[in-house]
Design a protein around this ligand. Structure first.
Ligand SMILES: *[C@@H]1O[C@H](CO)[C@@H](O)[C@H](O)[C@H]1NC(C)=O
Ligand SMILES: *[C@@H]1O[C@H](CO)[C@@H](O)[C@H](O)[C@H]1NC(C)=O
Length: 528
């Protein structure tokens, strides 16, 4: 069976994939409309008003003390990394050891830069930029390169800094024009090295690129899984949600270099013709209704097929709207923290399309994610949880098996399937959209609660660490080390801390009326 066929049929079965793709495409759609039609640097683009109007009366002012606490967290994580692991992809926050599983180009540095820039941490930004332009050789790496991860982190991080510079947010005193141009050069080198990813028989990007031979290759881990020993051409999960999200970064690189190749390649890689049409052909009035309908249909499908409330019990009466999954014909009543991103995306679309029902849906979904945080002993939500759906599940259902799971269920209406926490941003990201779009102060409070909880449990000697079990609150210092996981991915710097800070910042900073956030939290201008 050709890979394209397998993918498309699995898409039909799996509404989550469709939704992810449509979500990525939706963000892109805004981006293109705004890049083509944007004008003054201060007016909302294209007359779009995504952020709450009421902010103009001063309710969206900066919360200085809380914003300052987030900046302190960023400084702690940056400077411990600077001192102990500078140039490595990641620092291991408990042991202080280094990790280099992202190509060895200092992923933390590149991914941090746009956060440092909007926080106006100029000394730190200068160090980061100097490393990007002098300390990285993107033509060399010992590893096979994952083009998706590298595009969202490294390429996205670099072009975002250039965009922030071009928008006047980074002063020329801090980063000179010459340095700015050198960042573009590095982005071009990386973009070209990633080029072979698009030279594939399926039209979808290769899952890996070998920088030594400049060839796209299969994912080696997957080859091991193949029974007949034949290589697969694409990772089954590199669906258009992944490919689609890369178009954003490549489109900015094409804009900065006036070279359409990056954009063209990454667009062609997406076999969904309608996306190509929407993004390449300008008569948006012709395609907008179709596009809008598809996105709306995906949200309806998500609401009707994936979302479900927990069944009230004698011990826990409150109901929350969780987001399940579909696997073939089975409904699975589990949600991962990753899926909390959907709330923010539905709010963004609801605000733009002026759909109150979508705003209500997004708010309900973010409330459920909040519940998974607020009800645990650490005030941090688990990586994955399950609930007992109100109307039962058709074929398969996950039930509380252990005593502990039954106790959790009785106590809060859900139980942890994977009780760890990996410093993920998705819940905070959705709080950011909820706060900026509705202006309701509770979202700021929820963000503060989560921040304080992370500060209490995850702060480590060499940065911030994940937790093995959010259902166990250990306060003693020795016990805290034990409770932590010795890992800290660069999205902690790129996204989690950025969204925390933006929630407490002045609401005009990085306004959703003027900036688009990538899947890695890097922000791109809506203007040309
Ligand atoms: C903002 O202030 C103006 C003038 O006081 C008032 O008319 C308007 O209703 C306010 N808007 C909101 C959303 O509070
Ligand atoms: C564009 O795609 C072609 C294959 O169609 C590939 O050979 C080339 O390296 C790519 N270039 C870039 C900059 O992506």
């Amino acid at each position: 069976m050709p890979p394209g066929f397998r993918r498309s049929s699995s898409w039909k079965r799996n509404p989550t994939h469709i939704f992810k793709f449509i979500a990525a495409a939706f963000v892109l759609f805004f981006y293109f409309i705004f890049t083509v039609f944007g004008e003054s640097p201060h007016a909302p683009r294209n007359g779009a008003r995504i952020q709450w109007d009421g902010f103009i009366n001063g309710t969206g002012v900066v919360d200085e003390p809380r914003a300052a606490r987030v900046v302190e967290a960023m400084k702690h994580t940056f400077w411990t990394y600077k001192e102990h692991a500078w140039g490595a992809d990641m620092i291991l926050p408990v042991s202080g050891h280094k990790s280099n599983k992202r190509g060895g180009w200092g992923a933390t540095i590149v991914d941090s830069a746009s956060t440092l820039a909007i926080m106006e941490l100029w000394e730190e930004l200068e160090l980061a930029v100097n490393h990007i332009i002098e300390g990285i050789d993107f033509t060399k790496t010992d590893d096979l390169v994952d083009p998706f991860e590298t595009t969202i982190r490294h390429l996205g991080g670099m072009v975002s800094v250039v965009d922030l510079w071009d928008a006047g947010i980074i002063p020329k005193k801090v980063i000179s024009r010459e340095k700015r141009d050198k960042i573009v050069k590095q982005a071009v080198i990386l973009g070209q090295k990633l080029g072979p990813a698009y030279d594939s028989p399926t039209g979808l990007p290769w899952p890996r690129v070998d920088f030594m031979t400049s060839k796209g290759v299969p994912d080696p881990r997957q080859e091991e899984l193949q029974e007949d020993g034949k290589p697969r051409y694409a990772h089954p999960t590199i669906g258009p949600a992944r490919a689609g999200s890369n178009i954003l970064e490549n489109r900015v690189l094409s804009r900065l270099t006036h070279n359409p190749i990056y954009f063209q390649n990454s667009t062609l890689a997406c076999y969904y013709e309608y996306l190509l049409k929407i993004t390449l052909l300008t008569p948006q009035d012709r395609y907008t209704p179709m596009y809008k309908k598809q996105w709306e249909r995906a949200v309806h499908s998500l609401r009707d097929n994936l979302a479900s409330r927990n069944r009230p019990s004698a011990t826990y009466m409150t109901q929350h709207l969780f987001l399940g999954k579909r696997d073939d014909d089975l409904d699975i009543n589990t949600q991962s923290q990753l899926a909390c991103f959907a709330a923010g995306n539905i709010l963004l679309g609801g605000a733009h399309l002026q759909k109150p029902s979508f705003i209500a849906l997004g708010k309900a979904l973010v409330e459920a994610c909040h519940h998974t945080y607020a009800s645990t002993p650490t005030s941090i939500g688990p990586e994955k949880w399950a609930w007992s759906p109100k109307f039962g599940v058709r074929d398969a259902t996950v039930t509380p098996e252990t005593e502990r799971q039954q106790a959790e269920w009785a106590n809060a209406g859900f139980w942890a399937i994977n009780p760890s926490f990996r410093l993920r941003p998705e819940y905070v990201e959705s709080l950011f959209y909820a706060w900026r779009i509705t202006g309701e102060a509770r979202y700021r409070e929820w963000a503060w609660d989560a921040f304080v909880a992370i500060e209490t449990h995850c702060k480590a000697r060499y940065g911030y660490a994940g937790l093995k079990d959010v259902m166990v609150a250990s306060s003693a210092d020795g016990a805290r080390d034990e409770a932590q996981m010795d890992e800290s991915e660069s999205f902690w710097h790129a996204e989690t801390l950025k969204y925390f800070w933006l929630i407490f910042a002045d609401s005009r900073v990085a306004s959703l009326d003027r900036w688009v956030f990538s899947t890695e939290g890097h922000l791109f201008r809506m203007i040309r």
